[in-house]
Every structure is written in structure tokens, then in C-alpha cells.
Ligand binder design. Sequence first.
Ligand SMILES: Cc1cc2nc3c(=O)[nH]c(=O)nc-3n(C[C@H](O)[C@H](O)[C@H](O)COP(=O)(O)OP(=O)(O)OC[C@H]3O[C@@H](n4cnc5c(N)ncnc54)[C@H](O)[C@@H]3O)c2cc1C
Length: 256
Amino acid sequence: MTSALVLGAGQAGGPLAGALARAGWDVTLVERVHVGGTCVNEGCTPTKAMLASAKAAHVARSSAALGVHAKVQVSLPEIVDRVQGIVKTFRDGSAAGLKSAGVTLMYGVARFTGVREMDVTLQAGGRTTLGADYVFINTGTRPRWPAVPGLDVVGAMTSDALLHLRELPAHLLSLGGGYISLDSRSCMPAWAAASRCSRPGRVCCPVRMPTLQTRCGGCWKTRGLLFTWAFRREEPHAGVTRSVWPGGMQAASRPR
Ligand SMILES: Cc1cc2nc3c(=O)[nH]c(=O)nc-3n(C[C@H](O)[C@H](O)[C@H](O)COP(=O)(O)OP(=O)(O)OC[C@H]3O[C@@H](n4cnc5c(N)ncnc54)[C@H](O)[C@@H]3O)c2cc1C
């Protein structure tokens, strides 16, 4: 029985566990995959590190107007390795911080079996049971596979998988125009243009977002990212349901 059991080593769980341990609590932190959670491993850190490379490629490519003529060659494997190197440094730093604060770090998936009792399936194999006076739940966020018919047969990937892509796809379509989609996707045109890929890709937004369109649309268009403001119609095609976006890439009508 410990005084505190923290589930999830994300942006909230890690610092909380450290603070409680430094205040003299007996703390066990259970983490399903890796310390740092989404922000460090799949979110803020890797996407911003990747965007830095995209920005460098874009500036180098568009410098001819300023009289600077650069030959740009993009190596996606090198970019991914650099990004993952930064992620590892941050992750290891967070794990070391927890250990030096006196937190017992356990890797595994936790589930409740009683009011303050947990069963943990350990990453290294086996199981253990834990009890605590206080249980703090910080199981955070993870990609959700949307219910789009046919998605499972077309080789779709999540934003997590995109961060490990070592080969530029011939064409990439992002479903949804939220910040995660735009964050991850806006890198691709920079790689594509530099490697002379002719079809940098599109972002499909299910709804029209005037602010996004005004502030970001023009900027991303110059970088080769195309927006489709679209609604979906489904039709059967070769055994799967094909989604069709009426109006094509430059659909101007308001989605219904
Ligand atoms: C691509 C992307 C880009 C982003 N960019 C930004 C940005 O620039 N700025 C910004 O502010 N935010 C950004 N975010 C959002 C940010 O990452 C999240 O808001 C933040 O990480 C949420 O923190 P959290 O502590 O709530 O959860 P998380 O960081 O998700 O941590 C939850 C942890 O719980 C663990 N866990 C889950 N279930 C269990 C279980 N049963 N047992 C044990 N452990 C479990 C998970 O493995 C995970 O480590 C981005 C997100 C994504 C996906």
C-alpha cells in the first residue's frame, strides 16, 4: 500500500508524482508506454522539431527571390532520426527526474480491480496488484481511429505513425483540419517540393473555418498544401465504400 498511485506519466502525471514524492509521499507511477506522455513522445515536441526542418527547407527553397540560390536536398530519415533523438533526450530526462525525486516508476497497463486497488499488466511480463490511499488518473490522450467506412483497407495512418515515416509518400491526404492534422501535415509540402514530388497533398476539412482559412490558408498554399472544404458522400466502389468530395479540390460552397 502506497500513499499515492499515479496512472500515466504525461504532462500532468509526471510533475504531480515528482511533486508529491518531494513532499515526502510514497509514490508509485504506472506508465503504459513511455515517460513524457503524448506531448513529449508523439505531440508537441516531435512535431515542432519536425516543423523546424520543414521551415529550413521552405526558406532555402524560396530564397531565390532574395538572390540566394540554394540547392535543397531533404533526407527524411535524417530528419526523423534527429526528431526521435530529441524525443529520447526529453523522455530520458523526465524519467531521471522522477527517479531522483524518489518516485517508483513502473511500466505497465493499469486497471481498477477495487476502490483503491489496481491490477497492473507489466510491460516486462507478468502482473502485480497495487493499493494506494490516493489514486490520480492521468491517462490522457491517444489517436482515435474514426468510423470512416473503408479506412481499414486503404493503408491509413495516425499522426503517431506519420512521425516515423522514413519515405515520402507519393501523395498524402489528411482527414480533418484540426491543429494536429495541420501541425503534422504542413511539413510534408516542404519535403515534397524539395524532392520534386508533384503532388504534395491535401487537407480535407469537414467544416469551413474562416479564421483558419484567412490566417493560414494563404501561407500554406504558397508551400503547396491544398485545402478542400468538403463534405463526404459515400458510394460503393470495388468492394469498399469510396468517399467522394463533390466540388473537387477548390470546393467553394459551404458544406452541408
Ligand atoms: C500531434 C500532436 C501535437 C500536439 N502539439 C501540441 C502543442 O504544440 N502544444 C500543446 O500545448 N499541446 C499539443 N498537443 C497536445 C498535448 O500533447 C496534450 O494535450 C497533452 O500531452 C495531454 O497531456 P496529459 O498529461 O493529459 O496526457 P498524455 O500526455 O497523453 O499522458 C497520458 C499517459 O498515460 C498513459 N496511460 C494511458 N492509459 C494508461 C493505463 N491504463 N495505465 C498506465 N498508463 C496509461 C499513456 O501512455 C500516456 O503516457 C499535441 C498533441 C498531438 C497528438
